[in-house]
Design a protein around this ligand. Structure first.
Ligand SMILES: [Fe+2]
Length: 247
């Protein structure tokens, strides 16, 4: 059985818990493809491209059990799905169904793909593959925003000054620091400052994710201050993406 078939076999029994399970299955395969795309752009060996692919395939393996237990994908009110993924892969050596090598690197990528920061105590190689996984995951979150898979309504709020300034200072913001619905959008936009590979910026530019996402928000916004904030961020982020592609 291929690792993809193993993944489908594992997730099939969870489908009875509703269509939210399908969302994560589709997300997983898109992230896997993105991991491969980034890995190829880095001229990695076939073995390492395969490793990046496995990291993408398994990064959200904890999501299915999380939904079954909590009917929520919100880690803040349930549990850390990266940590849960590691437990699932370790239980009865489940990870062996997906790979015979680089298990430690895969487990680290699963554990740290959703953390605020990647610990610098990890080996360079483990950080590298964790970063591929994190970039791919973030790119797909932007995809979900522009395709309606993730809808965030600003509910007539604006970004709080602290959050707005943090984005302009290229600081990554913690989810729990969001005070308004508009702040949540600012946090998503701030993702672009936490990407690690030139290819990631090229994909975002090519797919025009930032402009598409902001267009939706600006069209729907009623709060004038929010419209100004979104316009300012649009210029700022586009410029940043251009700089990252050039360097
Ligand atoms: Fe995740």
């Amino acid at each position: 059985m291929t690792k993809e078939e193993e993944f489908i076999k594992y997730t099939n029994p969870y489908k009875k818990y509703g269509e939210k399970i399908d969302l994560k299955i589709h997300h997983t395969f898109r992230v896997q493809k993105l991991c491969i795309e980034i890995a190829k752009s880095q001229n990695l060996s076939n073995e390492d491209i395969e490793l990046a692919s496995t990291c993408g395939l398994l990064h959200d393996i904890g999501r299915f059990e999380q939904w079954k237990r909590y009917k929520s994908y919100n880690d803040l009110i349930s549990l850390d799905h990266g940590d849960l993924g590691v437990d699932i892969l370790k239980e009865n050596n489940f990870i062996n169904k997906f790979t015979n090598s680089n298990k430690d690197t895969i487990l680290r990528a699963v554990k740290y793909h959703n953390k605020y920061k990647v610990p610098n105590t990890l080996s360079k190689r483990n950080i590298y593959f964790t970063n591929i996984t994190r970039d791919a995951d973030k790119i797909d979150i932007l995809y979900l925003f522009v395709t309606g898979g993730l809808v965030t309504k600003t509910e007539n709020t604006k970004m709080t000054n602290k959050i707005f300034k943090s984005v302009l200072n290229k600081q990554l913001i913690r989810k729990k620091d969001a005070k308004t619905k508009a702040d949540e959008i600012a946090i998503r936009l701030g993702f672009v400052f936490d990407l690690n590979f030139k290819k990631s910026y090229e994909i975002i530019k090519e797919k025009d994710y930032i402009n598409k996402m902001l267009k939706i928000q600006i069209e729907e916004a009623e709060n004038k201050e929010l419209i100004n904030q979104l316009n300012e961020l649009q210029v700022f982020i586009n410029k940043y993406i251009e700089e990252m592609i050039k360097c």
